[in-house]
Ligand binder design. Structure first.
Ligand SMILES: Cc1ncc(COP(=O)(O)O)c(C=O)c1O
Length: 387
């Protein structure tokens, strides 16, 4: 590791303000920097899985800004709201009998799930679809596990025949995705469970976990993906995506004891949970407020509107000559396109945020609650111009 030279050290020291500044001066700078950030309320963000939280959630967040469930005994109220959040979401995904843990998001949930699988099995091979989120690469690298990617069908779900061929005595875990990052595809979790038997099966429902139950209740014919399937060992879903909670909040449910617990003698709790020690916990009460404010009816309405807008975008893009990669499963839709990087950059110059797919190369849109039909008309026009 190289040390910084003296001039760099000097720069660091002089940049730490010697004296305090006036709050007006601080805020002036803060406001000017904030203006450079993209804002969901602009309606121009089509590439993020997050959205603007509700006003009530923001208010609640501020009240709990110091909450730290890494030291839970100090925060009885936050703990109580956490318990209620875990139970409410469990009832949505048939996870009432599972253990639950608040995590920072899908990434942390996926890391913990693979860690558990490795601890339980003593093995290190992970079978996962080519559509799996890159957080699994991180997880495997950190845990010294070996990812082995299974091909996708033409519907962008995991190929079951190939999965069956790859399962062997070295397999620690199989991962299925309910709502893939690129296309929103849902792997056939029930059929995967038939193949995994006593192998650990983790479901990454970071995005879809908050979409599929509501779409099913509204009459969409979507497959089971959660603990109603006996072979599912763990599942992560993110309130900070389609649960519209402020970041960061993921929930990990598991049938097993939480091996991540560690004795924490000098803190208020006997044992500390999760990878993180100190953990910002204000998003838990903020999400509690969100789910109580919206209720199932509110979420159903919000997600139905996202789906209507998804189909609106699909139709408008087809009119412009763009071909969808696959019919949308949920409010994520992508279009085949040979030069996605160029398009993403040129759209950014026009003030739009879109993202791209790799498999196959294409343009990807996540139709979150902040997206409107007016903005869809505008973005499609710009895409058509730049095509
Ligand atoms: C399917 C899936 N899993 C996991 C993640 C990681 O979530 P986070 O960035 O909140 O950790 C994402 C993020 O896009 C995702 O789409």
């Amino acid at each position: 590791m190289s040390r910084p030279d003296r001039s760099e050290v000097h720069k660091l020291v002089t940049h730490f303000p010697k004296k305090g500044k006036k709050s007006e001066d601080i805020m002036e700078r803060i406001i000017s920097e904030k203006e450079k950030d993209m804002d969901f309320s602009s309606g121009n963000i089509f590439g993020s899985m997050c959205t603007e939280p509700l006003e009530i959630a923001k208010e609640v967040y501020l009240r709990f800004i110091g909450s730290n469930l890494g030291n839970p005994g100090l925060y009885e109220g936050t703990q109580e709201l956490e318990r209620e959040v875990h139970e409410a979401v469990a009832s949505l995904i048939n996870a009432e009998a599972a253990k639950s843990l608040s995590v920072g998001g899908g990434t942390e949930g996926n890391i913990i799930a693979l860690w558990r699988a490795r601890e339980l099995s003593g093995k290190n091979k992970v079978l996962l679809p080519k559509s799996a989120h890159f957080s699994f690469k991180k997880a495997c690298s950190m845990l010294k596990m070996e990812p082995d990617h299974v091909s996708l069908t033409e519907k962008y779900t995991m190929d079951l025949e190939e999965l069956a061929e790859k399962i062997d005595d070295e397999t620690a875990a199989v991962v299925g995705i309910a709502g893939t990052t690129e296309h929103g595809a849902i792997d056939p979790i029930r059929k995967i469970a038939e193949l995994t038997d006593d192998i650990y099966l983790h479901v990454d429902a970071a995005f879809g976990g908050f979409v599929i139950p509501f779409l099913k209740e509204s009459g969409h014919d979507l497959p089971d993906f959660s603990f109603e399937i006996e072979g599912v060992d763990s599942l992560v879903l993110d309130p900070h995506k389609m649960g519209i909670s402020p970041v960061p909040l993921g929930l990990l449910y598991s049938r097993h004891e939480d091996h991540i617990y560690i004795d924490s003698p000098y803190l208020t709790g006997q044992r500390q949970k999760s990878i993180r020690g100190t953990r910002a916990s204000a998003s838990i009460p903020a999400f509690w407020a969100t789910l109580n404010y919206l209720g199932k009816e509110g979420y159903k309405k919000m997600i139905s509107r996202c789906m209507e807008n998804t189909y609106y975008l699909l139709d408008r893009m087809k009119e412009e000559g763009f071909e969808p990669t696959t019919e949308p499963y949920m409010n994520i839709v992508s279009f085949k396109y040979d030069e996605p990087k160029r398009m993403v950059n040129e759209m950014a110059e026009r003030g739009w945020n879109i993202s791209r797919t790799v498999n196959p190369p294409g343009l990807r849109f996540v139709i979150m609650p902040h997206v409107t039909t007016k903005k869809i008309d505008e973005i499609v026009k710009d895409l058509g111009d730049l095509k």
